[in-house]
Write a protein that binds this ligand. Structure first.
Ligand code: ZN
Length: 463
């Protein structure tokens, strides 16, 4: 018995070994093709040039956001995808209005102008601005400890810096973002008249960084204006407060919230050859803040996602699953696009297997984080060797992304591209997030890395 079974067993083992190594060879050839095509014949950088320099900042509800929808839809149609369409979504519309103005006034009446910008969603100041004494705090707990007695009628200055010792700068961001997001709502409870928030950046410079904030359930008539001050400005104000605790801060901002307006997610797809009713998504967000071009955040993620589908066409790869590129609208101040996409997917009973998001800047890719179970993560780990030649080595469990987040519970794998994050917050939501801050090769490497992961999940499926 044993003897007669042995050759069969050996033969089976040999066959499976040959097919595994054949697959590995095929896969490394395909990855090489994807990287080579992205680096020698890529389109992502040209698309980003247009989005940044011809269109510019694409705040939800703005004319520029509308232009970006029209442009990317036309470009996706050019690629000869099987289907390209716009998915309607209502988005909030907030405008900054005339540029903000602020100065510090010493007890002797000397004025020093300082750079600020309104936080996204803030109410304006009264027409003549606000002038008040300043109370510096390092966070919401310190604020609560001071209470109404110390805060009534004052401007609260949140000045907790991002922690430089954290290697993952997103962690440092996460450790401070509550000041920006909830700072005004919390300060209003104690009778403060406005808030100034240290910009969420690890670099010392003069750029104020905007970003979303929320008033929570603060009644409309109790909402106070909120602005960001540059890191240099924050240090200056803080050091001055130690010498002159009674100094005054003046600021004026002219923002406005309108009714929601019609906008769109831009979607294109290559229909799957064997599993057309199973979807894999790759995407970024088309909207950006208004202070610059949103080149890193998230023009880069959009053009990389478009490039994934283009690369598949270019190298002649016909996917098994239907591969969709989704350019989500309104990630920055509402996430309406991400929510709408997931809502529609559910309504149409679409089976989503895998989604990959790029929304961490167009910097050198390091790897991915995966929001998935052990079986799928094990599968990913078996592919690590394929990525080694491209210096992609970071495969960790973690967050997928904001826009694909609403698909959770209805999908097997959510993944986020993880580029090097050391310089990301130098540009994030600030006036220097422009095309020149993005390196062509780094952007292209990111696109090829994304295409490689989509290819592998498409070929081997999810668990
Ligand atoms: Zn973003």
């Amino acid at each position: 018995m044993k003897i007669s079974l042995l050759p069969t067993l050996l033969f089976t083992l040999l066959i499976s070994f040959v097919s595994i190594s054949q697959n590995a060879v095929q896969d490394s050839v395909m990855l090489k093709k994807l990287y080579t095509t992205a680096l020698t014949d890529g389109k992502a950088y040209d698309w980003l040039d247009y989005l940044s320099n011809e269109i510019g900042g694409r705040l939800s509800g703005s004319y520029e956001a509308e232009l970006a929808v029209i442009y990317t839809e036309a470009e996706l149609k050019e690629l000869g995808l099987d289907k390209v369409w716009l998915q309607p979504v209502m988005v909030p519309k907030w405008t900054r209005g005339f540029k903000e103005y602020a100065y510090i006034e010493s007890p002797t009446g000397d004025k020093t102008i300082t750079n600020i910008c309104a936080l996204g969603g803030s109410v304006p100041t009264p027409n003549l601005g606000i002038k008040a004494e300043v109370v510096e705090v390092k966070g919401l707990e310190e604020l609560a400890a001071l209470g109404r007695e110390k805060l009534e009628g004052k401007i609260v200055f949140y000045n907790r810096p991002m922690q430089p010792e954290l290697i993952q700068t997103f962690e440092a961001y996460g450790g401070c973002v509550d000041q920006r997001y909830s700072g005004a709502a919390e300060a209003a409870k104690f009778g403060a008249v406005g808030v100034i928030v240290r910009s969420l950046s690890l670099r010392m410079d003069d750029f104020p960084h905007t970003g979303a904030m929320s008033y929570g359930d603060t009644p409309v008539n109790q909402r106070i204006p909120a602005a960001a001050i540059s890191t240099n400005g924050a240090e200056y104000l803080s050091s001055l407060l130690k010498l002159q605790p009674n100094l005054l801060f003046y600021f004026k901002q002219n923002c406005k919230t309108f009714d929601d307006v019609q906008s769109y997610n831009v979607i294109g797809e290559i229909t799957g050859s064997t599993k057309p009713n199973e979807y894999m998504v790759v995407g970024g967000h088309l909207d950006s803040w208004d202070l610059a071009d949103g080149a890193h955040d998230d023009g880069a993620g959009c053009v990389q996602s478009m490039e994934v589908l283009r690369l598949f066409k270019k190298v002649g790869y016909r996917p098994n699953h239907t591969i969709r590129v989704v350019l989500f609208m309104n990630e920055e101040n509402g996430l309406r696009g991400g929510k709408k996409y997931a809502e529609e997917a559910k309504r149409k009973n679409e089976t989503h297997r895998f989604a990959l998001e790029s929304d961490a800047g167009g910097f050198t890719p390091r790897g991915f984080t995966f929001d998935t179970d052990a079986a799928n993560f094990k599968k990913v780990q078996s592919w690590e060797g394929l990525f080694k030649p491209y210096l992609i080595h970071y495969f960790e469990k973690g967050y997928g992304g904001a826009d694909i987040g609403p698909l959770k519970g209805n999908i097997n794998v959510l993944a986020g591209l993880r580029p090097d994050s050391q310089r990301y917050f130098d540009y994030h939501h600030a006036a220097n997030d422009t095309f020149d801050a993005v390196n062509k090769r780094e952007l292209e490497l990111g696109a090829a890395t994304m295409a490689s992961l989509v290819y592998l999940f498409d070929k081997y499926g999810t668990e």
